[in-house]
Design a protein around this ligand. Structure first.
Ligand code: GTP
Ligand code: MG
Length: 473
């Protein structure tokens, strides 16, 4: 049976990542579905609408022609720019305009404005859009939320929506892909917004896939002809396009197994079951290997390139390199080094034609080097999907539930405290919320750090002294 996913893009970042995501999703299905039929595999992300009757076409025997594809998506922003940019752009026809929820003046980089003011104000409109999307699904499996943590709308309204989804669709998984601000982010209030949003994400999401702009920018900067970046947070989306294409790749790899055939399918419910041993510790670090090159990223811009010229620079890399790369800090979409901390679980989602015995041999080789928590020695979840990303022959997405994320959280806590101790900018928030909300969010973050720290040292008492000094509580 088809298990559908409804994607929800919130704020500028969420909508811009959305554009990259839908471009890649379309490119993947176009290259895999040469007959142009609407089958189970397409139905995960898309609806097929017959324009003559304006009704959804049922999948039937999976041989129906594609009439008018519509994304299972909701586009939300409290200013009009990003959503209208999508609507005006090359993907405009893909979206049902009734699924746009927009305001006028944005949330001014203020979580409280997005959450406390816009949340209740747009509650019914949001719920109606979600209900409309859900009604067109046979068996809705998951909501994919995408937004930044640094701004006001994505972090505030995005996490308001998360609780709304939990209340009204408790059985549908909630996956949030969130962009952490970099240290030199130009949004001064981003530490506040991030900590307030994280508290909600910890309580209400099933799975969070964090990425950070510094890591995305580093990967893009390593591409041959140099980065295509603009100063963070200004102007059009173009400077973020390459970075966003990496996030898009994470999401298409994550769902490849649900959409395409393979020897070992991994559904989203298996991700949550296998990779999240404790409900609050649901932050999964991701790395992609081999890293897409600039040429493979150009696929997202709709330019045609011969598959052999992209992804692997024309040469399929050896499996061993691909697996080792997945655990290298330079391949991480979030600044972190899981090799130095304890794994609670690890997902390895392989795409392309591979030999299963090679996969197993590589996992065995790496397992000897990695520090998996002692009570989950077999904590490697493997997926094998035979369809590779467009322009490549093989790829690997590694999802790590690893204690090293506590370092990112500790760093965010430090930046939050720097502002909070001076009460800087606080009045902009207390206009809309109690100050106690700040203390609660900080407490939530501290208990998250403590939980990961505890697990990190639990089974290695001999090393506990060095670990203790790493995180300042
Ligand atoms: N990776 C990535 N980061 C982005 C993008 N657009 C904005 N950001 C980051 O997101 C943060 C700002 O959040 P926005 O998404 O612009 O804010 P918003 O959700 O629209 O909220 P308000 O504008 O305050 O109402 C900063 O950390 C930016 O660097 C994008 O397209 N990609
Ligand atoms: Mg905005």
């Amino acid at each position: 049976m088809v298990r559908e996913i409804v994607s929800i893009h919130v704020g500028q970042c969420g909508n811009q990542i959305g554009r990259a995501f839908w471009k890649e999703a379309l490119a993947e299905h176009a290259s895999a579905n040469l007959d142009g039929v609407f089958d189970d595999c397409m139905s995960t992300f898309f609806r097929n609408v017959d324009n003559r009757t304006n009704r959804n076409v049922a999948i039937g025997d999976g041989r129906q022609p594609i009439y008018d594809l519509k994304a299972r998506a909701i586009l939300i922003d409290m200013e009009t720019g990003p959503v209208f940019e999508t609507n005006r752009g090359e993907l405009g026809e893909l979206f049902d305009k009734r699924q746009f929820v927009t305001g006028v003046s944005g949330a001014g980089n203020n979580w409280a404005h997005g959450n406390v003011i816009y949340g209740p104000e747009y509650n019914d409109e949001l719920l109606e859009a979600v209900r409309r999307a859900a009604e067109t699904c046979d068996s809705l499996q998951s909501f994919f939320l995408m937004h930044s943590l640094g701004g006001g709308t994505g972090s505030g309204l995005g996490t308001y929506l998360l609780t709304l989804l939990e209340d009204h669709f408790p059985d549908v998984y909630r996956f949030s892909t969130v962009v952490f601000p970099s240290e030199d982010d130009d949004v001064i209030t981003s530490p506040y917004n991030s900590v307030l949003a994280l508290s909600e994400l910890t309580e209400h999401a099933h799975c969070v896939l964090p990425v950070d702009n510094a890591s995305l920018a580093n990967i893009v900067a390593s591409w041959d002809s140099g980065p295509d970046l603009r100063p963070v947070g200004t102007g059009t989306s173009s400077g973020f396009d390459s970075m966003n294409s990496l996030v898009a790749r994470l999401l298409t790899d994550l769902t490849a197994s649900m959409r395409f055939a393979g020897d070992l399918n991994v559904d989203l419910n298996e991700i949550t079951t296998n990779l999240v041993p404790f409900p609050r510790l649901h932050y999964l670090l991701s790395s992609v290997s081999p890293l897409p090159t600039r040429s493979s990223a150009e696929v997202f811009d709709g330019r045609t390139i011969p598959p052999a010229a992209a992804g692997f620079d024309g040469r399929p890399r050896r499996m061993a390199q691909m697996f080792s790369g997945a655990f290298s800090a330079s391949n991480m979409l979030m600044r972190a080094d899981p090799r130095k901390s304890k794994f609670l679980a690890c997902g390895l989602l392989v795409r392309g034609e591979v030999v299963v015995s090679d996969v197993n041999a590589n996992i065995e080789r790496l397992a000897a080097e990695l520090d998996m928590v002692h009570w989950n020695p077999e904590g490697y979840k493997i997926g094998l999907c035979s369809v590779p990303p467009v322009g490549t022959t093989q790829s690997l997405l590694c999802l790590s539930n690893n204690c090293c994320i506590m370092d990112t959280f500790a760093d965010l806590r430090r930046r939050f405290i720097q502002l909070y101790h001076r009460e800087a900018m606080l009045h902009h928030y207390t206009e809309f919320m109690e100050r106690g909300g700040f203390d609660e969010a900080l407490e939530s973050l501290e208990s998250l750090i403590a939980d990961y720290a505890e697990l990190d040292k639990a089974s290695e008492p001999n090393d506990s002294c060095s670990r203790d000094t790493r995180v300042a509580f």
